[in-house]
Design a protein around this ligand. Structure first.
Ligand SMILES: [Zn+2]
Length: 260
């Protein structure tokens, strides 16, 4: 319960009954509801929003080419777009910066990856996943194989662990392999679980690689998510860095030992 509106996507069951979706803070909604019920208030609402059509919005991609298995891609990524009432610092500036940071960390220790480590900053996640879907379509056309993909899109908070998913034909063997590394990451307070991964990487599931979601502490995420409060001063530098370090560690292990 707070005084700031939380925006979000509006989904219509059918296009013949589309009515405007308007965000109001939960506290204001309670007050308004009581006031209307009492007959004290009448509400007249006029909106002037409209769809202006589609515009080009590129995904931004950078990679370190693999020295031994360049055709096996390990992706790290987040999404560039955000709800424009805030800065999108947690959702998902944090994930973008952590993904860039994974590559920077590997370069800074002089590590030459065996596999291609690719950072993808997806466009237009919030308005229908266009960047993620397009990326997978082009990747499939190029007959690429993503051995693993890690998405960071749950806020720049202290990392708690990773969630894994994959096509059912391969999930068990992948999970068995990564579970061998759990004792290493557990000592940094990280857990592993089978579950979802991330919206932008989900269309890559058909390539039968391992899809992974970074799972930070979620207790305060929805204080900021899709609000005017999602700004850079609400991201804690140390917590953000720990998430990037956790991702880099898992990328390193997958690259060095593979998933077989
Ligand atoms: Zn997001």
């Amino acid at each position: 319960l707070d005084d700031i509106p939380h925006t979000g996507v509006t989904v219509y069951a059918d296009s013949t009954s589309m009515i405007p979706g308007i965000a109001i803070s939960t506290l204001s909604a309670e007050k308004l509801s009581i006031s209307i019920k009492k007959g004290v208030t009448q509400l007249y609402l006029k909106t002037n929003c409209k769809m202006l059509g589609l515009r080009p919005a590129p995904n931004v991609i950078g990679e370190i080419r693999g020295s031994v298995f360049p055709d096996e891609i390990i992706l790290v990524g987040g999404h560039l777009d955000s709800w424009d009432i805030g800065q999108g610092a947690h959702d998902d500036g944090a994930g973008c910066m952590q993904s860039i940071e994974v590559l920077r960390l590997l370069i800074s220790i002089g590590y030459q990856p065996q596999r291609t480590i690719r950072c993808v900053l997806f466009s237009n996640e919030e308005n229908g996943l266009v960047g993620g879907k397009s990326y997978a379509t082009i990747s499939n056309e190029k007959k690429e194989f993503h051995l693993a993909a890690i998405e960071a899109d749950a806020g720049g908070f202290t990392p708690r662990g990773f969630s894994f998913e994959a096509d059912t034909s391969v999930l068990k063997s992948y999970y068995k392999q990564v579970s061998r590394w759990l004792p290493i990451l557990e000592s940094y307070g990280l857990y592993f679980e089978i579950g979802g991964s991330g919206a932008d990487i989900s269309p890559l599931k058909a390539q039968k690689g391992l899809l992974i979601g970074l799972r930070p502490d979620g207790q305060r995420y929805f204080d900021f998510h899709h609000t005017a409060g999602d700004t850079i001063e609400n991201v804690h530098k140390r917590e953000l860095e720990l998430g990037a370090a956790a991702m880099a560690s898992l990328v390193f292990l997958i690259d060095k030992y593979g998933l077989k």
